[in-house]
Design a protein around this ligand. Structure first.
Ligand SMILES: Nc1ncnc2c1ncn2[C@@H]1O[C@H](COP(=O)(O)OP(=O)(O)O)[C@@H](O)[C@H]1O
Ligand SMILES: [Mg+2]
Length: 358
């Protein structure tokens, strides 16, 4: 999509050309995986237990915004279990037959990674229920009244599902995962660790202030942190800098239009539309998406989670609203009586001193 191309620097979705680079920076085991302490602990317990029981591990569901490490964790699970990994994705499985073909070729103990599992077709989903629970599928042969279902036993395997939208998964599917890990945005400190590791692998010299600056503009997302690091590296190369410092990092990132709070063009255009076209809201998500020329799903999964976490955007029963902090971030003053969710915001000398100066 054109909008995605335009925003590829700051979008959290990995584009094809950077996959190879990403692969080089991907941590290979749980110990190298930075942050997400809770998920990491829980997962390592699940894996350890299955090793002790000498059984395949329970099915694992990983959820969270793009770029936080779902694919990385799936690969780590396979590595930790010393098991082969098969990768497919919801959109690639359009027919139950597509899934049957994958399932019937699995070997014992194999890890099946299904990315974007919420986008699988209904019939495939139903086949998956039985496969997950009973390690069995029914292959339907023939059509109409003469059709017969031939049961097929599967070797025990571990399904690792990933989704950016856990809320969209039907209950019966969610219930069949023995463990669900929800990945959270990373703290600036954690992103600094990600960056230090990447800089070492890329043989880059960056000082502490430089790391801190890149980390604080990375939207809590390792994929973005790594991408910004490469852009800053380019900038330093062209400017013949030996070491990346605060000034280099911030000059480079300003040039790429990543602002001090890490907001990219998509984030800013969502906030700007919300404020200038809808007077701060509330406005429905799909209307907002149309106003910025993006797909609803992009706004909902890519921009919104971070804006909400940053306290710039609120979700209310009547729609999305810009918070006072959003107006402030864009250098604007909320109109008197602006609605922030359900509360009436009144301007006082304290909340908006600039209005009371003469
Ligand atoms: N916890 C982490 N520690 C270090 N690097 C990470 C971590 N999580 C993600 N990354 C980096 O970010 C990139 C994107 O992660 P990925 O697993 O592809 O995200 P997702 O599948 O959730 O979109 C990876 O190439 C990896 O280098
Ligand atoms: Mg992924």
């Amino acid at each position: 999509m054109a909008a995605r191309d335009r925003d590829s620097l700051v979008s959290a979705a990995g584009e094809a050309e950077e996959r190879a680079l990403e692969a080089a920076l991907r941590p290979k085991n749980l110990d190298d995986f930075v942050g997400q302490a809770r998920v990491r602990q829980q997962l390592s317990l699940v894996l350890e237990a299955s090793r002790i029981r000498e059984r395949t591990a329970d099915h694992v569901l990983l959820s969270g915004p793009p770029g936080l490490g779902k694919t990385t964790l799936a690969m780590i699970i396979a590595a930790e279990m010393n098991a082969p990994l098969r990768i497919s994705s919801g959109p690639a499985i359009q027919h139950a037959g597509d899934l049957a073909a994958i399932l019937s070729s699995l070997t014992e103990g194999e890890i099946l990674f299904l990315d974007e599992i919420h986008r699988m077709s209904r019939p495939a989903e139903e086949m998956l229920y039985m496969a997950m629970e009973d390690f069995r599928v029914d292959i339907v042969v023939g059509k109409g009244p003469g059709a017969t279902a031939i049961p097929l036993d599967l070797p025990p395997f571990t399904l690792v599902g990933a989704t950016t939208r856990a809320g969209l998964l039907p209950g019966p599917l969610r219930d069949r995962f023995g463990f669900t890990g929800h990945l959270e945005f990373y703290s600036t400190g954690e992103l600094e660790l990600v960056l230090r590791r990447s800089a070492m692998l890329l043989d880059l010299k960056v000082n502490s202030a430089g790391f801190a600056e890149i980390a604080s503009r990375s939207r809590g997302t390792p994929r973005i942190a790594n991408r910004l690091l490469r852009r800053v590296r380019d900038w330093a190369l062209v400017h013949k800098l030996e070491e990346i410092d605060l000034r280099a990092a911030s000059a480079a990132l300003d040039m790429y239009e990543v602002d001090a709070r890490g907001l990219d063009r998509l984030d800013r255009s969502v906030l700007t539309a919300l404020i200038t076209k809808f007077n701060g809201g509330p406005v429905g998500l799909s209307t907002l998406a149309i106003a910025v020329g993006e797909e609803t799903e992009t706004v909902e999964t890519v921009a919104e989670p971070y804006l909400v976490r940053e306290g710039l955007l609120g979700r209310t029963p009547r729609g999305r609203v810009a918070t006072a902090a959003a107006w402030e971030h864009l250098g604007m003053v909320p109109p008197a009586g602006a609605m922030f969710g359900e509360t009436l915001f009144t301007l006082t000398e304290e909340s908006a001193p600039e209005l009371f100066e003469d």
